[in-house]
Design a protein around this ligand. Sequence first.
Ligand code: S3P
Length: 444
Amino acid sequence: MSSGKLKFTVNPGSQLLGAIRVPGDKSISHRSIMLGALAEGVTKVSGFLEGEDSLATLQAFREMGVSIDGPVAGEVSIYGVGMGGLSQPVGDLYLGNSGTSMRLLSGLLSGAAKFELVLSGDESLSSRPMRRVTDPLQSMGAEIASEDDGTAPLKISKSDHLSGVEYEMPMASAQVKSSLLLAGIYAQGETCVTEPAPTRDHTERMLQGFGYEVRRENFGDGESKVCLTGGGSLNAVAVDVPADISSAAFFLVGASIAQGSDLLLEHVGINPTRIGVINILREMGADIELLNETISGGEPVADLRVKYAPLHGIEIPLEQVPLAIDEFPVLFVAAAVADGQTLLSGAEELRVKESDRIQVMADGLAILGVEVEVTPDGIIIEGGDSFSGGTVESHGDHRISMSFAIAALRATAEIEILDCDNVNTSFPGFSQLASSVGLKIRES
Ligand code: S3P
């Protein structure tokens, strides 16, 4: 994981031209391993993200006795062991930087593990809040313990007698929802999770794809409820992982802000719970076209064509916040070169991501000459014409590193970004792919 040594140096200017496919969706890749491991039969995955986060999930299941071939060129075969077939790993399950692995596995293993185990992670993951999953899991009867301050490592003590729960999430979190649903498939009775606003629904879609009944109810005001009944089983299927819209987002912003750009992003997942970045950029004036829309493996996909367009600042609609939660670092870059002010609120969750993404972005933007004001749950950004050059800290956060690399497209001098190793968690080969369409980036 991050050794803090990799540096990006990006020369100013240029434009993005061509056609690329960014790596596979991280959320869907994690879930394909989890459900494939517990299924009856062989699950064949294509388009799997070979990034450190999803590989951490893959390795965790290997350590629990699941045979997995690959990944080779994004192809993975998982030989499912069935709902009760996992075995005790020799040591801790080390999950690196991956919040999704830790939170989803805490639920899944609270039901599936007939043994004691420990989930651990790197420095960033070990400082992120875990009570959001351990508290409701304990209320289902799970024996799961965090450190006193509610962080990892998490210890699960053979808690295989769970009862269903009716849980209203205090925050819009797909990780919490998924953790409880994955515990719920092992619980007696019904487990229902109500979300205050729609969050990504890949777990629900994939459970249904593997033949597990999931009931969903929308209340019309954004709130919705997902329920399932424990005791069922999963049947292996083929999973086609689309390109990750969160990785495509860097190029959507890059091409939107760099004059002369015209870029095609192929086979991108456009699940309605993930397209906040497209909605927000379009409201700012971006020119993004959806082509060849289709459904693949239960998930909507499309090719995205994006061309340069002058952007203007907006007040970001509250309902778009959970739909664009991972894309705000790069959306801040768009806002910084848009005409006028952009205001984000209702985004306090950004403070507990791989870094405090509000503060870390604000600090970097300020170094690059942008006027910003940080608020407890958001940021106000005064748009300008360009970024100055400078050296910014990513704090080991993959999305911060890539966002500042994109900023160089509208900079007047070179931008250096420190501590970029963790780009490999979600977007291996970022520099090479970005270079291939025109970004003047080098690694050292
Ligand atoms: C994810 C959910 C989101 C997101 C993360 C991946 C998932 O986290 O930020 O990158 O795969 O369920 P929260 O549920 O904490 O918002």
